[in-house]
Design a protein around this ligand. Structure first.
Ligand SMILES: Cc1cc2nc3c(=O)[nH]c(=O)nc-3n(C[C@H](O)[C@H](O)[C@H](O)COP(=O)(O)OP(=O)(O)OC[C@H]3O[C@@H](n4cnc5c(N)ncnc54)[C@H](O)[C@@H]3O)c2cc1C
Length: 331
């Protein structure tokens, strides 16, 4: 197998061998190399760029086929033979860009058109100081991972890695922020500990996370629900699966909460990767007039409220949050 430098910008061909529905708008794909010459090594936290021909609508009611590229974090562990990618539809199916009069999305059409057995072209991002590189190299082993509604993919890879390696020195607390548990809460009884049906589920990896957290002692998950009036799950409360409501770093009465100290333990020892939209990471949003509005996100809260040092923070931004565009805002 060629070394990493020879393969830096190489395009590989992998084949879809599995497709699992995670939520009403998200699928996880399992990919295998079409031949051993197409295999590459990767590290926790790296992402790939997919290039796929997709048929997408135009404003005139027609359709066009184009080659479309998007970045996806690897959601599986390097210790496994395959890679897994989780693809969430941010823009709704049928969305037409008002300026170009054409669809400019990827995920909704990928999830619709890509089938088992299809071959995909992908590139591994070559950046050495990629997201989580300090975790991948073993410099950081005590991790508080902050995920928006779309952002837990690299944490999933990390959890699989913990499962495979069983390193007693490695600890992960996953802080996972979502608007609500289900897109259809009114009709469901969420007090049950049974698996939740994926068709209405709004939290990526929810059932898997509950199961795996019960198995791995060094893993803890803090779910927050930002748009629920009440916490939708009440019992039983496992010490390593915690439910809260509202934004992280805010108490129910609106006063500041030291969320990391409260659930994560010793702040100085913790490494804090943050992954999600710009709004989740640092409060940056694009207004309808395309101006950028800067606010505060997890990053500022960690530094200002908890005194976390910049070298103990890492981040991966999936996209720039547009105000008024996204119904699934995660903060
Ligand atoms: C390094 C990196 C890693 C990533 N990893 C992942 C991953 O593992 N999984 C994943 O799902 N995504 C990941 N992404 C994001 C991914 O590339 C896609 O953006 C995502 O899948 C959404 O695709 P889309 O086609 O729906 O929207 P895109 O065409 O990519 O557009 C996203 C943009 O649409 C805007 N938008 C949302 N709703 C609307 C609306 N109603 N109208 C207009 N605009 C709207 C959002 O604000 C956002 O700016 C990653 C991105 C990067 C840069």
């Amino acid at each position: 197998m060629p070394g990493p430098s020879e393969k830096k910008h190489q395009e590989y061909e992998w084949q879809i061998s599995g497709k699992v529905k995670e939520t009403h708008d998200t699928y996880t794909y399992t990919l295998l190399p079409v031949s051993e010459s197409q295999r590459f090594d990767f590290e926790i936290g790296q992402f790939v760029t997919l290039s796929v021909f997709l048929i997408r609508p135009t404003a005139s009611g027609g359709s066009e086929e184009n080659l479309v590229n998007r970045a996806y974090s690897i959601a599986s562990s390097p210790s496994r033979d395959f890679i897994e990618l989780t693809i969430k539809e941010e823009k709704p199916y049928g969305y037409i860009n008002p300026t170009t009069g054409k669809s400019d999305s990827f995920a909704a059409y990928f999830n619709e058109q890509v089938k088992l057995g299809d071959r995909l072209k992908l590139k591994l991002n070559p950046n050495k100081e990629h997201f989580l590189w300090k975790v991948a190299t073993g410099i950081e082993k005590n991790v508080a991972y902050w995920s928006g509604a779309n952002g837990a993919e690299s944490a999933r890879g990390l959890i699989q890695y913990m499962e495979d390696k069983n390193d007693p020195e490695f600890n992960l607390v996953l802080f996972y922020s979502n608007t609500k548990l289900s897109v259809d809460n009114a009709k469901k009884d969420f007090s049950s500990t049974e698996h939740h049906p994926v068709d209405t589920l709004n939290i990526i990896y929810y059932n898997w996370l509950i199961d795996i957290t019960k198995k791995i002692e060094n893993l803890k998950v803090i779910f927050t629900f930002t748009r629920e009036q009440e916490v939708p799950i009440t019992s039983p409360q496992d010490a390593r699966i915690i439910y809260r409501k509202g934004r992280f770093f805010l108490n129910p009465d609106g006063s500041p909460e030291k969320t990391l100290s409260k659930y994560g333990g010793k702040v100085e020892t913790l490494f804090n990767p943050i992954c999600g939209s710009s709004s989740f990471i640092n409060g940056t949003v694009m207004l309808p007039n395309r101006k950028i509005n800067r606010g505060k996100g997890i990053l500022q809260n960690l530094v200002e409220l908890e005194g976390v040092k910049p070298e103990k923070i890492d981040k991966e931004q999936f996209y720039l949050q547009q105000v008024g565009a996204n119904q699934q805002e995660e903060k």
